[in-house]
Design a protein. Sequence first.
Length: 209
Amino acid sequence: MRLSLLCCALSLLAADVPKPVKVHGAQVYRQRVAATVAQMMRNYAITYVYGGKQVYSAAACRACVQCLAGNADKSKIARCAACAKCSLDCSNFIHHVFNHAGLAMPYLTTKQMLQLSPQSLQKTWQLVTMPQQLRLIRPLDLLVYKGHVVMVEAVNAKGRGTIVHVTAGRELRGPGVALQRERQVEFAHFRGPLHRILRHRRLIRADTP
């Protein structure tokens, strides 16, 4: 009887311990995320709009570009029906990519990424807060800065690598070029200091930190 109760208690304790995703499962999701990003960069001319949250079609993206091209009146963005169907900001880009890759995750802002507790981020958003160590950064990690989030695409030596993000930065030449790939980025100080490193739970392999 005592042995039975002990086994039951151990089973309940084990159920509360988060289990790492199987290696093959993590690999599949990593491939899906990478393919989603590549497809977006190849097929869509995405314009940055604060609060933009949809990529309806390539035609809608082209219509948004035409709506805004050569127009200095930023207030027109809020009234543009085409841009409502194809525009993103940095946090909605992450939300869009993960969900289209099959990683269901509620939307959250960069402010929430920085202010929510690690426990809340993992329980509700499936985001694991990684140790603040550059050597542990892996492809598809999220790097969170004040007011901005990027996705790591590749990691090089000495805390540098390639990132993809949707940006409203001054480097933009016009509408439809907000989704960008930037190489040799210094992770620790890309948009000010790096505040948080997040990794989706389903992208964690059993054999990685």
